[in-house]
Design a protein around this ligand. Structure first.
Ligand code: FAD
Ligand code: UQ1
Length: 465
């Protein structure tokens, strides 16, 4: 089996293979003809894919690295929370894929359609076969709006939005700014999702928005600057019944942050219903149907004036049933080294993997440092020696100027960077999320220069002793 072979041996099995090149789908910044074999082939040009391509370029040279990615645009998804709340523009979240692919690295503008890890080959949807010495899978996850009856066509109606897609994120802001009174619903599905905090962040922002006076005519900057945080109902808030219906049995998976969030929910008069799963949206009637996961067969219908939908999510279809997935369809990797459990020259990063941690860009950052080390060691015929601790982070935006910065590991233990109690709402952390993090993403993470805050954590805490 390939997993028992050294990558160099695997390489020798396919090095003389010749495949045809569909040149119209292949872009090289060097202008050289694209090849059919790469030392490192990266699948997916999102956060994890671009980051690893930048790191692998430094190891093996740009001409030996390619990324397979179909999309013309690359999005900084974490900012969509603020786009949905009217505090940032959607345009600020996107850059062309061409501009984020490291220079000299080949961009194969296609979808990967099939894996053949026994022969170190993938096939794209245009029929091209590409072989590799090392494969890095960074395909993200898929959104399944269609699993909710009435969607996605329900998005043609107003009063409904979803921060999870570039197509629907501005609809959230539209529904919020036009809200007059009634139920404002926020949902969390019955599947693993990316950024587990995002479904409730938009609820806190909506609550804050509705507490403001004359908010519609303000620019987002002004809004953020003058927001007055009051437990009294001002603006339209007194006419709103804010409801968070989540499939989960908890508000947040880590107790320290969950306790802080329950306090906020109580103080701000937000209604949380656990184990409630959205199954249908009747957008023409402004009704949402939820199943009660603790009472099989029981459903409840909620009228709404606004609904924010977090869709069910799942692994990329191309992984499901391939030889690379686990029983759930996710890429089956070693949780310490990020190496595939069967194929020693295959690695994974990010949302497509079965790493048992919360799926975030912050996790991708920490994973990229470990995976860089793992691949370097394997290139030198050494065994991997650095272990990923599951680090992930979720800046829980609780208003237009506050954030609770959740950071934790595989065991759900807080792993905080700053020498303060991060479960407390903080203005500095909001500034970090809204203004500093995008720079860190575009200029640090995607350039392969940011491997998460791990190295700084110790220094920060020492500095305060
Ligand atoms: P992605 O960045 O999604 O990239 C996957 C790539 O694979 C895409 O470019 C896609 O086009 C490509 N692809 C898919 N199928 C194929 C195929 N067949 N062939 C080739 N390419 C393919 N993270 C944080 O750290 N902090 C936050 O505050 C935060 N907030 C978020 C808020 C929202 C609303 C959302 C949606 C996400 C948020 N995230 C946050 C999560 C973060 O954006 C993701 O976890 C991160 O982008 C995952 O990176 P990835 O490379 O695994 O997947
Ligand atoms: C992070 O590294 C990261 O990736 C670039 C994010 O995604 C946007 C984050 O949201 C966070 C919080 C981190 C962690 C960084 C620090 C400085 C705590």
């Amino acid at each position: 089996m390939a997993g028992q072979l050294h990558p160099q041996l695997l390489l020798s099995r396919q090095c003389c293979r010749v495949f045809s090149v569909v040149s119209s789908h292949v872009h090289t910044s060097s202008g050289l003809a694209a090849k059919d074999h790469y030392r490192v082939l990266v699948l997916g040009g999102g956060s994890g894919g671009v980051t690893m391509a930048a790191r692998m370029k430094r190891k093996v040279g740009a001409q030996n690295v390619a990324i397979v990615e179909p999309s013309e645009m690359h999005y900084y998804q974490p900012i969509w929370t603020l786009v949905g709340a009217g505090a940032k523009s959607v345009a600020s979240s996107g850059r062309s894929t061409a501009s984020v692919i490291p220079s000299g690295v080949t961009w194969v503008k296609s979808k990967v359609a099939e894996f053949d890890p026994e022969n170190n080959t993938v096939r794209t949807d245009s029929g091209k076969k590409i072989s590799y010495d090392y494969l890095i899978v960074a395909l993200g996850l898929e959104l399944h709006y269609e699993k909710i009856k009435g969607l996605p066509e329900g998005f043609e109606h107003p009063k409904i939005g979803s921060n999870y897609s570039v197509k629907t994120v501005e609809k959230t802001w539209n529904a919020l700014k036009n809200f007059k009174g009634g139920n404002a619903l926020f949902t969390y599905p019955n599947t693993p999702i990316k950024c587990g905090g995002a479904p409730q962040k938009i609820m806190y922002l909506s609550d804050a928005f509705l507490r403001k006076v004359h908010s519609q005519s303000m620019s987002s900057q002004t809004m953020a600057a003058i927001v007055v945080f009051s437990v009294k109902h001002t603006g339209k808030r007194s006419k709103a019944n804010i409801i968070y219906n989540t499939s989960l049995p908890v508000l947040f998976g880590v107790k320290k942050y969950s306790d802080a969030l329950w306090e906020i929910v109580k103080t701000r008069d937000l209604n949380v219903n656990l184990r409630h799963n959205l199954i249908e949206v009747r957008a023409d009637k402004q009704e949402a149907v939820f199943e009660n996961l603790d009472k099989p067969g029981e459903t409840e219908v909620y009228k709404y004036e606004m609904i924010h939908v977090t869709p069910p999510m799942g692994p990329p279809a191309v992984l499901k049933g391939s030889s690379l997935d686990d029983a759930g369809g996710w890429l089956d990797v070693n949780k310490n080294t990020l190496q595939h459990k069967t194929y020693a020259n295959v690695f994974g990063i990010g949302d497509c993997t079965n790493l048992p941690t919360s799926k975030t860009a912050a996790a991708v950052a920490a994973q990229s440092a470990v995976l860089d080390r793992t691949v370097s060691r394997i290139l030198k015929k050494q065994t991997p020696d650095k272990a990923y601790d599951g680090y992930t982070s979720c800046p829980l935006v609780t208003s237009y100027n506050t954030v609770i910065l959740a950071e934790f590991d595989y065991d759900g233990q807080p792993l905080e960077t700053f020498p303060v109690d991060q479960s407390k709402e903080s203005r500095v952390m909001y500034h970090m999320k809204a203004d500093l993090m995008p720079h860190l993403y575009w200029n640090g993470l995607l350039k392969g220069l940011w491997g998460g805050p791990g190295p700084y954590r110790t220094i920060m805490h020492l500095g305060m002793k």
